[in-house]
Design a protein around this ligand. Structure first.
Ligand code: ATP
Ligand code: MG
Length: 249
């Protein structure tokens, strides 16, 4: 065995997704500053941070929409920074974008089919049934134009569409945004259910309390820097999170 392969064997289990010292810019604006994240296979990991901290930029960097100026993004141990977005999605990463973006003129059914475009197996129908089981409302409205769904229904559709890709990693940008407390709870229950069925989840959330209830670990991003990285219970107990994100004084 070479030294190199021995080193790999001895190293701890490789994370599914990893950021190593990632710096991103919009023009001359330095946004992410030497950011490190590790998301392990099977985990739910939360990313917390105030408005403008760089959470959506993180998601765009994973998808190759924003390119790091330095550092690396790895998926299953392979570099994906520099890849085309389509290739990254094909590799098994499905986004639930900010603001529940769906194709407004397409029906619910066609939106779900779009989610499955990377699939080459014959099990798309089963997964469609699974989405309808999770969200019976979508089944009732499958021939309705997506743009006419309520906000909460569009969020369900955005999640359903991501599920149709059968992703290894689902990245969610504020899944509870604009949802009622009851729907928020339903979305979080769904996140847990999806995770139990084998999908790893990296989730941006303003609702820190809910996010840290379902996540195993989390990161706190402050003006582009990771200022805290810890287990969910430790984050829930930390002064910084309690003051900044849980509204305690
Ligand atoms: N295309 C762009 N051009 C220039 N600046 C941008 C661009 N997109 C985002 N920014 C800036 O980068 C910073 C980080 O934005 P980002 O969208 O990542 O924040 P966020 O953490 O997702 O915030 P929010 O909670 O409000 O969604 C912000 O200051 C924002 O104004
Ligand atoms: Mg954002």
């Amino acid at each position: 065995m070479t030294n190199e392969s021995l080193r790999h064997t001895l190293e701890e289990k490789q994370p599914l997704l990893e950021f190593r010292g990632v710096d991103t810019y919009y023009g001359s604006l330095h946004i992410l500053k030497s950011v490190d994240y590790r998301v392990g296979e099977g985990e739910i990991v939360a990313l917390l941070g105030a408005n403008g901290a760089g959470k959506t930029t993180t998601m765009k960097t994973i998808l190759g929409i924003v390119r790091p100026r330095s550092g690396q993004v790895l998926f299953e141990g392979k570099r994906i920074d520099g890849e085309q977005t389509g290739r990254i999605v094909e590799a098994g990463i499905a986004p639930v974008p900010e603001g529940r973006r769906v194709f407004p003129r397409l029906t619910v059914l066609d939106n779900l089919k779009m989610g499955a475009w990377t699939r080459k197996d014959g099990q798309v129908k089963q997964d469609m049934d699974r989405v309808y089981d999770l969200f019976p409302r979508l089944a009732e409205r499958k021939n309705q134009q997506a743009g006419t769904l309520s906000g909460g229904e569009q969020q369900m559709l955005a999640i359903g569409r991501a599920l149709m890709a059968r992703p290894r990693l689902m990245i969610m940008d504020e899944p509870s945004m604009g949802l009622s407390p009851i729907l928020t709870e339903r979305v979080f229950d769904t996140v847990v259910e999806i995770n139990k069925q084998g999908t790893t989840i990296f989730m941006v959330e303003q609702n820190a309390y809910m996010a840290l209830q379902v996540a195993v670990r989390g990161y706190v991003l402050q003006t582009g820097e990771v200022v805290l990285a810890d287990t969910a219970p430790n984050l829930l107990a930390s002064d910084m999170v309690r003051k900044a994100y849980l509204g305690e004084t």
